[in-house]
Design a protein. Structure first.
Length: 276
């Protein structure tokens, strides 16, 4: 790899590799040490082609979810089975992993900008701005969909189809359009425990000793030609366990109580920060 070789988005791969190594070393104990990341299905990662793979997942924090995926994917590719022990896998990381993220999130400070260099495909959210839903939906920026196409052609792409860290929110149809148009292999991932471990951004640890789960599922069965957008959306919702039917398993009162508790924790951490 040449010292100044770049990826399709103009990022220098030498710099990107060192960022992955350093950030990976700094965050490793968040998933193996302070907390314990329980992984299932890592053998699936080793069977995937080098390009045109789309990972879909539920979302619990802005950054900790993605960082965990970089750890798990690289550990799996280096031969580890359902574990991220021994961070030697970071020395030669997979360089063509990308993730879809909101542009306003990735521009909010120095650290998000650094994390963006690692592989963010920034998109302008059409339904939300500055942390609140907007009544007038904006048109999709064609550059955003083109960048996702470029990333799929170059490697693997991680996306969170709900576009929010809140549970059981609708899956955005944009993900279904990407699947139908570009026909990637779609790998569902279901995570849990991240919301309890980290703050909403996933940068600050809230609690130690949390069992985090990371389940990698078999590729989604999709008929790219005949499945409708709504059918693909439904398949995605079931695959990442965010379909409304799952609410019948988890009582609505319990979900509401958990969301209220998470909100109280978030504000209590803000109060603690203000004291200092």
């Amino acid at each position: 790899m040449g010292l100044f070789k770049r990826n399709p988005f103009g990022h220098i791969l030498f710099i990107k590799k060192w960022l992955i190594r350093v950030l990976g070393a700094m965050t490793h104990r968040r998933y193996r040490g302070f907390n314990e990341l329980q992984i299932e299905g890592s053998e699936i990662i080793k069977t995937l082609p080098d390009t045109n793979v789309l990972f879909i997942s539920n979302h619990q924090t802005y950054f900790a979810d993605v960082v965990a995926m970089f750890h798990v994917f690289n550990a799996s590719l280096s031969g580890r089975q359902d574990t991220i022990k021994n961070i030697g896998y970071l020395w030669q990381p997979k360089m063509n992993i990308y993730y879809v993220a909101a542009k306003e999130t990735m521009q909010a400070g120095l650290l998000p900008r650094i994390l963006a260099y690692v592989g963010a495909i920034t998109v302008e959210r059409t339904w939300r701005a500055k942390g609140v839903d907007v009544t007038e939906k904006r048109d999709v920026n064609p550059n955003d969909t083109e960048n996702i196409k470029i990333a799929l052609n170059d490697g693997w792409v991680i996306t969170f189809p709900q576009g929010t860290t809140k549970s059981f929110k609708p899956v955005r149809k944009g993900t279904a359009h990407i699947i139908k148009q570009h026909k990637p292999i779609v790998i569902p991932i279901v995570i849990d425990g991240f919301r309890r471990s980290f703050d909403k951004k996933g940068l600050r640890m809230k609690k130690k000793g949390i069992l985090q789960s990371f389940i990698i599922k078999e590729p989604l069965d999709i008929d790219y030609e005949n499945d409708t957008i709504d059918e693909i959306v439904e398949k995605v919702e079931y695959a990442i366990e965010q379909h409304p039917s799952f609410l019948k398993v988890i009582p609505a009162e319990e979900i509401k109580a958990q969301e209220e508790l998470n909100e109280m924790r978030r504000w209590s951490y803000k109060d603690t920060e203000n004291e200092y």
